[in-house]
Design a protein. Structure first.
Length: 359
């Protein structure tokens, strides 16, 4: 018997999605973003599967990068958040890990440390996100310091990050592109701009490297959109089972606080998943789940270990039947909209007691 609840990870969908994104940017190399446990899909399994298919991998923390190397991943690895302390720099060199440089403090550490081999650096431009990176008036000075630093490999790569690329109707992304190009047009080195939204919606941002994150897992970054509109396949299916099916009288409540009362005689199903597994407690009445080929609504409050659904008065569902919380038949993007959050959060907050199965 398969465990439940479980997240079934379809490795073939990951390969399909990566190749689909490559068709949009055939001249670009692909830095597959696998931070946050590969968006909940399993860091090592995903990276090992894509090693060689992707040109490299992007992570947020040094621990993630080291896990890839310890796990045998050979592709290029970029530390997107950069290093935090000077003592990490020899580790980057030892394990051949590239680093983003986005702050004055990192320049100082690079200038003061002694390294046996220079480190590969990606200099980040703050083109308008205003979170990390060097603003226009400080960019050239930072670039020159990197060129003059013996601890930095001679080929400095250049990058930036979009803040509104998932809003194709907005002009701010064009502004960010202009800021980046005005600063870097005459400089050598690879460039990387496009995240998932840039890759899907902004062809001008597809430079030497694209950095797909959520699109790699088959999900659209844009509100009101789904990955299948772009030929993508969801790589995760979150499943559980019915552990009870109960006759429920009209007017009766269900769950904590009497939050929901039945408007008619019906049958209520109890599903073995709750906020203790990472399913959102704030999922409102009407959030869909998929049972035996149809959508049924969540009713009552989501509990720590279970949730309840209105199966309907004529339901023939039985204990042990599979329930799909999101996946191919029920897009995660749609579930996220019902909950009032984003697909990123739902995928990355699954708890350890959700079994992860690779197919």
């Amino acid at each position: 018997m398969k465990p439940f609840p479980r997240a079934e990870i379809r490795l073939g969908a990951l390969t399909h999605n990566l190749r689909q994104l490559k068709t949009l940017a055939p001249e670009s190399r692909v830095l597959a973003i696998v931070k946050a446990n590969a968006y909940g899909h399993g860091l090592l399994n995903v990276a090992r599967h894509l090693d060689g298919e992707a040109d490299g991998f992007g992570v947020a923390r040094l621990e993630e990068a080291l896990a890839l190397r310890k796990g045998g991943v050979k592709g290029r690895v970029l530390l997107l958040g950069g290093f935090f302390i000077a003592e990490d720099l020899p580790t980057l060199v030892e394990h051949k890990i590239d680093t983003v440089v986005h702050h004055e403090s990192q320049l100082e550490m690079l200038e003061q440390v002694q390294l046996d081999t220079p480190v590969n650096v990606w200099l980040k431009v703050d083109s308008g996100m205003h979170r990390l990176g060097f603003v226009a008036e400080n960019f050239d000075a930072a670039y020159q310091r990197l060129l003059q630093c013996p601890n930095v490999a001679s080929a400095v790569q250049l990058m930036t990050h979009f803040s509104r690329a998932d809003e194709p109707e907005q002009k701010y992304t064009e502004y960010q592109l202009k800021v980046f190009d005005d600063l870097t047009a005459t400089l050598p080195g690879d460039r990387s701009i496009a995240n998932s939204a840039g890759t899907l919606f902004w062809p001008a941002s597809r430079r030497d490297w694209i950095r797909p994150g959520i699109a790699l897992y088959g999900i659209s970054p844009m509100t009101g959109d789904v990955g299948s509109n772009h030929g993508l396949q969801p790589a995760m299916e979150l499943k559980s089972r019915l552990i009870a099916v109960r006759d429920h009288k009209s007017g009766q409540p269900v769950g904590y606080g009497g939050y929901w009362h039945a408007s008619r005689d019906t049958r209520v199903g109890v599903v073995a998943i709750g906020y203790g597994d990472g399913y959102p407690r704030n999922a409102p009445e009407g959030t869909p789940v998929w049972v035996n080929g149809r959508r049924v609504p969540v009713v009552g409050r989501v509990s720590m270990d279970m949730l309840t659904v209105d199966l309907g008065p004529d339901a023939a569902d039985a204990v042990g039947d599979d329930v799909l919380l999101w996946g191919e038949a029920l897009p995660l993007e749609e579930v996220a909209e019902h909950v009032g959050t984003i697909a990123y959060e739902l995928m990355t907050t699954l708890m350890v007691r959700v079994a992860v199965c690779f197919e």
